[in-house]
Design a protein around this ligand. Structure first.
Ligand code: NAD
Length: 359
């Protein structure tokens, strides 16, 4: 009997609906081949939800996500909603759904297709045959969530502080996610911290090395975050899977994504203790190009591949999506954002059709 998988789909705003449609096309092609029935439930989030219901994250959306096996998101936001107060903006919906799903591990791959090497700022000899790094960022703890305060001193000066705070269990759970991912890849994990200076980093190091005893097949090393910032530019191919706390991860994952040169190609996954993962491209809603059929859907299609890999253990199907994208690039098809001389420029719909037809 065919396997049934329920996916809550939040197309969102701007280019969101266009790119999500292409990912669904590709998933349907996979479903036919792998005897799997994907059942989609489309729900409102972000600006679209504000327009229809007055709130960025309606209860029906949260319920539909919690009842699904995984969540696929396009992107949210746009100038229309920019002047609303913070907690009523489209982005509040995004933070809200991450919290509702309890997704503490943000997986940000930086993958450079060899066909798109010229889009990177790095020299071809540094990039070799492409790049494939996976950064695992802790998403709901640390500096962004620790105690913060601002006071006025007696002399009239302002004083403010934020706290980078972690406890053992928070580090253990993200360490396990990272080791499991390393096991599925090249069995190499780098802990990124600042344990020469920060007490919270020293706890990270202690806990991650303790968990490493359960994963003797994975090679673990540690590197200070300032060195990592440099090494990512100097010799990025030395990295495979990296794990780090929230703030360091925020910064190095953006740095790593730039090595690939093209925002439109990159996916992400956010995972928690529960089985429901949230999958979305790393870019925003690109209101400047929305509705023109020129957006690049590859980041969203790669997010669907991550969904198959990390939520449903369908590694072969995920590999097949990635190789379908590669074949389409090999044949010279490009969306406008990754267009190169001598290639064939196609729109969002067309590249979605081409990728689906390679499955
Ligand atoms: P953006 O990522 O939407 O766009 C930056 C630039 O990249 C634009 O020129 C855009 O046209 C281009 N671009 C982005 N994705 C593309 C794609 N798939 N194909 C081709 N070109 C692409 O960032 P922004 O302009 O700073 O933000 C626009 C809106 O998106 C804002 O409201 C912002 O708050 C929101 N945003 C949402 C998310 C999210 O939903 N996760 C993330 C970032 C920004």
């Amino acid at each position: 009997m065919a396997r049934n998988i329920k996916i809550a789909v939040m197309p969102g705003d701007g280019i969101g609906p266009e790119i999500v449609n292409q990912a669904i096309k590709v998933l349907n092609a996979i479903g036919k081949k792998y005897d799997t029935n994907f059942e989609y439930k489309e729900v409102l989030m972000g600006g679209a939800a504000i327009d229809a219901t007055g709130t960025p994250l309606p209860k029906e959306t949260v319920d539909a996500c919690l009842e699904s096996d995984a969540v696929l998101l396009g992107a949210v936001g746009g100038p229309k909603w920019d002047n609303l107060p913070g907690n009523q903006r489209p982005e509040a919906g995004l933070l809200g759904i991450r919290k509702e799903l309890g997704v503490f591990a943000n997986l940000r791959p930086a993958v450079l297709f060899p066909q798109l090497k010229s889009a990177s700022n790095l020299k071809p000899e540094v990039l070799g045959d492409g790049l494939d790094i996976m950064i695992v960022r802790e998403l709901i703890g640390g500096l962004y969530f620790g105690e913060k305060k601002r006071v006025t001193l007696e002399n009239g000066e302002e004083k403010a502080w934020d706290t980078m705070v972690y406890q053992t269990s928070e580090i253990e759970r993200i360490a396990r996610v990272s080791f499991d991912i390393a096991r599925k890849r090249n069995k190499k994990l780098t802990l990124v911290d600042k344990s020469n200076v920060l007490e919270s980093s020293r706890l990270w190091k202690e806990v991650v090395y303790k968990i490493a005893e359960e994963y003797t097949d994975v090679e673990l090393n540690q590197m200070y975050v300032d060195n990592v910032a440099m090494q990512l530019i100097r010799w990025p191919k030395q990295f495979d899977v990296m794990v780090t706390e929230n703030t360091f991860g925020d910064i190095i994952s953006d740095e790593a994504s730039m090595l690939t040169g093209s925002l439109g190609n990159l996916p992400s996954a956010s995972l928690g203790d529960g089985k429901i993962g949230l999958y979305e491209p790393i870019h925003g809603s690109a209101p400047d190009i929305a509705g023109q059929d020129i957006a690049n859907p590859i980041g969203t299609i790669m997010s669907a591949a991550m969904m198959l890999r990390y939520s449903f253990d369908m590694d072969d199907a995920a590999d097949e999506i990635e190789s379908a994208i590669s074949k389409v690039l090999d044949k010279g098809y490009r969306t406008a954002d990754i267009m190169q001389e001598g290639m064939t420029k196609v729109g969002c719909e067309k590249i979605g059709d081409l990728i689906a037809s390679e499955i």
